[in-house]
Design a protein around this ligand. Structure first.
Ligand SMILES: Nc1ncnc2c1ncn2[C@@H]1O[C@H](COP(=O)(O)OP(=O)(O)OP(=O)(O)O)[C@@H](O)[C@H]1O
Ligand SMILES: [Mg+2]
Length: 258
């Protein structure tokens, strides 16, 4: 089991922010996480990475039960790409160093890297279709380019789980498609980590995301195979509003029904 959450609850004062969450992610699966603002997605990710501790319930990640494991060690196996990371990086750094420093998840420290690190960074940039950005100042890259660099940075540490928290935020239609294509290729590659993809937009849930978890007010409303969940009936009930699901090719678009 890659991720195994059993009856995980997290309360802050009178508020229950996660309630009896059960979630099992098995090898070979990639998951999408869908839920409105404030439904608890980021909180749930903070549980998996051990930054928050459940009020009750149990968590195992990569076969290690929380409580019996050195979380700092475990976190090395988990990559996390989010917009908050973007803000922490130094804009004047060269792109390849932003990536290389992902090896030890450091920011602004590049003293200790080898030839192999440099070639791995180059290979990852090639894989993600951003090798042309080599040696550019990070701050001069566009939002979409930065996201690709951050994914390459996360992969530098060879994680077994890669969390992508709304990676397409702020991207135009075409940049978004390019990033999604890179993510698709990553997911299909033999050495891909298990992907956890957080989004508000069902059309970003590519077929490589075999499974989806629907989170509402801290509760898992449903989880299972994406194809079974991304339907008019399930999503209308999930959003507590009439929505219509349109399928175009392998992508699912949702709009409010009038
Ligand atoms: N440390 C905290 N103390 C109290 N409340 C918190 C804390 N962290 C998060 N919350 C609350 O928990 C709820 C879930 O937040 P979370 O950030 O997990 O939502 P989300 O699903 O990631 O939303 P979004 O789509 O907007 O990113 C929110 O109501 C938030 O205000
Ligand atoms: Mg969030």
């Amino acid at each position: 089991m890659i991720i195994d959450l059993h009856q995980v609850t997290w309360t802050r004062g009178a508020n229950t922010l996660l309630s009896n969450v059960d979630w099992q992610v098995r090898p070979g699966e990639h998951w999408a996480l869908l839920g409105l603002n404030g439904s608890g997605k980021t909180t749930l990710l903070n549980m998996i990475t051990g930054y928050l501790w459940p009020t009750s319930g149990s968590i195992s990640v990569l076969g290690h039960r929380f409580g019996d494991v050195d979380l700092r060690e475990l976190r090395k196996s988990i990559g996390w790409v989010s917009s908050s990371l973007q803000e922490k990086l130094y804009g004047t750094d060269r792109t390849q160093y932003v990536i290389i420093s992902g090896k030890h998840a450091t920011i602004g420290l590049y003293d200790d890297f080898s030839e192999e690190d440099t070639s791995l960074a180059r290979e990852l940039m090639r894989q993600l279709g951003c090798l042309h950005l080599w040696d550019r100042e990070y701050r001069t890259c566009s939002q979409g380019e930065k996201q690709k660099l951050l994914i390459a940075r996360a992969l530098m540490a060879n994680p077994r789980i890669l969390i992508l928290d709304e990676p397409c935020n702020g991207l135009d239609l075409f940049s978004r498609e390019r990033l999604l294509e890179s993510i698709r290729e990553l997911a299909l590659s033999k050495e891909s980590p298990t992907l956890i993809y957080v989004t508000h937009h069902t059309e970003e849930i590519l077929p490589v995301f075999s499974h989806t978890l629907l989170l509402r007010r801290g509760e898992v409303v449903q989880s299972g195979e994406s194809a079974d969940l991304l339907t008019t009936d399930v999503l209308s009930s999930f959003f507590e509003a009439e929505v219509v699901v349109d399928k175009h090719g392998e992508r699912v678009y949702v709009r409010a029904a009038n």
